[in-house]
Structure formats: structure tokens, C-alpha cells
Design a protein around this ligand. Structure first.
Ligand SMILES: *Cc1c(COP(=O)(O)O)cnc(C)c1O
Length: 360
């Protein structure tokens, strides 16, 4: 066992079991005497990895045949551009702005059409998820964009809060994909960078409903067009082979553990452990509206920036790493994705209690 628990927001902890498999395969994958890093993406061995990654993800998320799944490069941020380029057929879309990444997506889309913020929680530094209904959106829009988990501010859009609307909903699920159950059928498109809950940085998952694959703008570059990769099963050009291979191992690991429903229960317990401690303490605070709190990212503060700095330093010394909060929020942030074990969260909770007692 490694001696450290890593609470990084991304790239983040990977399951130790997966890292050991990677280590065992590093010089020779599948008896080939080649690493996956050295292998042709047209080889049979890699085609099997590519196909298994897709089928496992479909199984884990319950993705029907009505959707295609592709593994592409460029991170979630590239999809901020790809989304409007692939969908803005009539030139209008509405965004729900619930955090820093949501705002980046919203601003990027403005380069390509008539883009409006249907709702925003910027007025209160993104500490809540604004309520929306059918009337929150304009008529004739191509899509609605939302972020299912706000990594920096520690809030999430639960499945009950996904608006009922006529337009297809596009979701950035980078930081809670596979961490909690997402009802894929509520969405037209779901995308996620891998480095939080899926695997190493470098691969991005895009799930696209069949009826949304012919709406690209004429200027959409070939490499950003989803249908380019859909037609070629993600092998139009050289894919991020190694990242996809590790993602496949993570999917196997998650399936063996019982799937997304099982890990969601563990994640809820991890999150509750921290939120209960914070709520019952006069030393720690979390500013997010309780009903909207993320189960993946838990930001919290001590009474002063000096205590925050001391907390981060002392936590690091006992193996609780990467707890510094994002500069937009300050304080600390514990990212407790799938690969962060419950015992790591318990160790953090014990440390928090001790630190509060010693510094009151
Ligand atoms: C991390 C993150 C991103 C940015 O992802 P990149 O892969 O670095 O481009 C976008 N959206 C959300 C919700 C994220 O958590």
C-alpha cells in the first residue's frame, strides 16, 4: 500500500490495483513484448482495448444503442468549442452557468452563435445550483448546456435538477462521470475529460445521441467533428492509446467493485463523513447550499487564511496530500473521487478533528 492519500482535483488518484496492472504490463502487453505506448493503434491488441473500453463504459453507464461513444483528445476544454461547432445548426443555445468551467464553456460558445445564460449562480460565487424549468429557456434553441458537477465550487446538479425541456441537453460531466449514477437518456450529449474519475489525462469521453450527429456547422474542423471519430470508432487518427488502455482497466476495476450504483453509495458515505464533520464544527465552514453539495469535491475553510495554510502543511506531513483549495474559493478542497478510499477520507476527518481542537 502507498502511504499517501491524494485529494487532488485532477489529475487525481488512480486505484492502486490498476497501477499495479499497468506496471506488470509495461514492458510487454498481452505477450507482445511491446508496451501499449509503443503499439500501433491499428494492431489487433489495441483494437481490442479500444472496443473493450467502449463496451465497459456502455455497460457501466447504461448507454443504449441510441448513442455513440468516442474517445478523443483535447480534454473537456476542447469540447467547449466542439459542442457549438457540432450542434449550433440554427445558431442559438442556452447555458446554465454554475461554475468556472461552465462559464468557460459559455464564453467559448459565444464565438459561434447567439448564446444566452438561461440561469447563473455567479451572483453568489457559484454556491448553489439555480432552479430552472421549461420557461427558463428560449424557443428555437439547438441545445441547453449544463455542468453536472462543479469541481471548483463543490456543487452538483442532481438528476432531479436536470431541466425538462424540448431542446437536447449537453452535459459536461468531467468530475462526476462514473462517480454517481447519470441517467444518460436525459441528455443529448455527455462529455468528460478522463483525469478525474476515469483514468490518466489525455483521453476525453464523448457520448452523442444518434439524432445529433448531423448538425455540425460547415466550418467545424474535421478533428472536432464528432461524426469523424464516430465513423472510425475513435481511430480516425492516432488516439491517446495509453490513456484509453488505463481507462479500460479502471472500467474493469469499477465493474468488479459492483458498478456505478455501488461506488455512488461509497462516495455518498465519504462525502457525508466530511460534511457532517464540517456542519457540526464551529471551526470549519462550507459555503455551498447543502442541497446542492457535490459528493466529489468538498471545499472547506478554517476561520483564517493562516490556519488554512497551517492545515495544508500539517496534513501533507501525515500523508494527506493536495488539499489546497482552488484560488477562486481559497481554503481547502478534498476531491474524493472513486479511487480515494473511504479510509483516506476517515483519516482526513480524524486529522480535521484533531487540528480543530489544537487550534481553537
Ligand atoms: C477539469 C474540468 C474541466 C477541464 O478539463 P480539461 O480536460 O482540463 O480540459 C472541464 N469541466 C469540468 C467540470 C472539469 O472538472
Amino acid at each position: 500500500m502507498r502511504e499517501v492519500f491524494n485529494f487532488s482535483a485532477g489529475p487525481s488518484m488512480l486505484p492502486e490495483e490498476v497501477l499495479r496492472e499497468v506496471q506488470a504490463d509495461i514492458l510487454s502487453y498481452g505477450g507482445s513484448n511491446m508496451s501499449v505506448m509503443e503499439m500501433s493503434h491499428r494492431s489487433k491488441l489495441y483494437e481490442e482495448i479500444n472496443a473493450e473500453a467502449e463496451s465497459l463504459l456502455r455497460e457501466l453507464m447504461g448507454i443504449s444503442d441510441n448513442y455513440d461513444v468516442i474517445f478523443v483528445q483535447g480534454g473537456a476544454s476542447t469540447q467547449f468549442e466542439a459542442v457549438p461547432l457540432n450542434l449550433l445548426k440554427s445558431g442559438k443555445a442556452d447555458y446554465i452557468v454554475t461554475g468556472n468551467f461552465a462559464e468557460k464553456a459559455y464564453k467559448e460558445a459565444q464565438k459561434f452563435g447567439d448564446i444566452a445564460a438561461a440561469a447563473s449562480s455567479k451572483d453568489k460565487n457559484f454556491t448553489y445550483i439555480p432552479k430552472t424549468d421549461k420557461n427558463s429557456f428560449r424557443n428555437g434553441i439547438d441545445y441547453i448546456h449544463l455542468t453536472t458537477n462543479n469541481t471548483i465550487f463543490g456543487s452538483h446538479t442532481t438528476m432531479n435538477n436536470v431541466p425538462e425541456a424540448d431542446a437536447p441537453i449537453v452535459a459536461d460531466a468531467s468530475s462526476n462521470i462514473l462517480g454517481e449514477v447519470i441517467d444518460v437518456n436525459k441528455f443529448g450529449v455527455i462529455y468528460a475529460g478522463a483525469q478525474k474519475n476515469i483514468g490518466p489525462a489525455g483521453v476525453t469521453v464523448v457520448i452523442v445521441r444518434k439524432d445529433l450527429q448531423d448538425k455540425a456547422l460547415p466550418i467545424c474542423p474535421t478533428m472536432l467533428k464528432w461524426s469523424t471519430q464516430i465513423k472510425e470508432k475513435s481511430l480516425y487518427n492516432t488516439p491517446p492509446c495509453f490513456s484509453t488502455y488505463v481507462a479500460m482497466l479502471v472500467f474493469r476495476w469499477l465493474k468488479k467493485l459492483g458498478g456505478v450504483g455501488t461506488i455512488q453509495k461509497i462516495n455518498e458515505l465519504k462525502a457525508r463523513t466530511l460534511y457532517d464533520l464540517i456542519d457540526n464544527s464551529s471551526f470549519y465552514t462550507n459555503k455551498t447550499n447543502p442541497a446542492d453539495r457535490s459528493i466529489m469535491n468538498v471545499p472547506f475553510q478554517t476561520p483564517t487564511p493562516e490556519f488554512d495554510a497551517k492545515f495544508i502543511e500539517e496534513a501533507g506531513k501525515v500523508g494527506l496530500k493536495t488539499l489546497k483549495g482552488h484560488r477562486l474559493v481559497g481554503g481547502m478542497r478534498a476531491s474524493i473521487y472513486n479511487a480515494v478510499p473511504l479510509e483516506g477520507v476517515q483519516k482526513l476527518a480524524d486529522f480535521m478533528k484533531k487540528f480543530a481542537l489544537q487550534n481553537k
